[in-house]
Design a binder for this molecule. Structure first.
Ligand SMILES: [Zn+2]
Length: 108
């Protein structure tokens, strides 16, 4: 595995972790803003910003390119799919997302 592939796979993993960050952080952020402003009027802008950030992160993950084969990492063909978003390997060439943790590549 080349350095470019290692960096590319690390980037995909990091982007995918951001999806969980946005999902987990929504409710605490809304509650903090409500506590700070003592009103529900800030819920709309906070939700709008959250949705924009979540969709931006989601689109970056969906359109991630495999550093090994160059295809869409989470798609079985050239069409964009959400179905395999949390799979652990490239859906086109089988490159594991955590390739540096594979001790015996022939068994993968
Ligand atoms: Zn691939």
């Amino acid at each position: 595995m080349t350095l470019r592939e290692t960096v590319g796979l690390r980037k995909i993993r990091r982007e995918r972790m951001w999806i969980w960050f946005w999902v987990i952080s929504y409710l605490p952020v809304v509650l903090i803003v409500r506590g700070a402003t003592h009103s529900h009027q800030a819920d709309g802008p906070v939700t709008f910003i959250w949705i924009a950030a979540f969709l931006g992160t989601l689109s970056r993950v969906i359109f991630s390119r495999c550093p090994h084969c160059g295809g869409l990492f989470f798609s079985t063909d050239k069409a964009v799919r959400v179905r395999y978003l949390f799979t652990g390997k490239c859906m086109q060439c089988g490159q594991p997302l955590k390739a540096e943790r594979v001790m015996y590549p022939s068994l993968e």
